[in-house]
Design a protein around this ligand. Sequence first.
Ligand SMILES: C[S@@+](CC[C@H](N)C(=O)[O-])C[C@H]1O[C@@H](n2cnc3c(N)ncnc32)[C@H](O)[C@@H]1O
Ligand SMILES: [Zn+2]
Length: 288
Amino acid sequence: MAPPSPRPGHGLLRCPICRLDLTAAAGALACRNRHSFDLAREGYVNLLRGGRHRPSAGGDNSKQVRRRESFLQSGHFDAVAATIVTYVQRSGAEPAAGCWRVVDAGSGTGHHLGAIAAMLHAPVVALGLDIAREAARRAARRWPGHAFAVADLWEEWPVKDAAADLVISIFAPKNFAETARVLAPGGWLAVVYPGPNHLVELNHPFGLMRHHQGKGRRYVAAARRYIGPPTVARLTRHAVLEGDGIRDALLMGPNARRINPSTLDAATGPLTVTFDLVVLLSRGPSAT
Ligand SMILES: C[S@@+](CC[C@H](N)C(=O)[O-])C[C@H]1O[C@@H](n2cnc3c(N)ncnc32)[C@H](O)[C@@H]1O
Ligand SMILES: [Zn+2]
């Protein structure tokens, strides 16, 4: 069987050890200092330092990834990608390199990255980063034209300086300093996080985590400081969920770790549920 080959988005990566460029080398990506990282059969690369194999702290487990995939396929969050693309394109922004270089920080199943890439007018070079190997594996299988890498967003990202025109961070860890470093001049950051009414109907029956209202203010301040003046849009939707739809919504995110499995028997519905999403967009200064 032919060894897996890198995808265009892997060209945005750099060596996590010495920061030199990575080039293709027989089923791997390697730098001139001979640091080498195998491409997995599915086409993603693991750039965690030391190729750590322990379950990734903070990363989604395979059950969460499956729940998220099933939930996103039902289309409840489709407005997220559409809002980001409409906003960025309406600004008249043209990517400097003639194609949109998009980095998805915490890409999960690659659902939003794939949707955004399909909607942007110019060609797209897409790279998703996630600490969960199961997420990278599934995303690489699902999106053969896009690149995926296993990396920890709380560390220095294995991405070249000024290599991205758009960084997206959707319900994922937000590292504003690294975002600023990898954004090209005039590049965009799009952050999506839950608003105060997100899944509010499920709070009481299932004892969900409360959303910290201060967080939104902190993200706005950090975007202003590291990137540029932010614009905030609120997407509110309602949907009737039942059975597995409710369980997907509950178990795809951080709540999965705290919900008592016995309470899930009550998740039968039908129940009208609120999706309250905040989309923050911020553009960095251009070179001129
Ligand atoms: C709630 S999911 C969102 C996934 C995707 N953005 C979406 O909206 O479908 C959060 C993702 O962040 C990843 N993640 C958590 N901590 C991380 C870290 N330190 N570095 C990289 N990814 C991380 C998880 O593995 C998971 O895939
Ligand atoms: Zn190296």
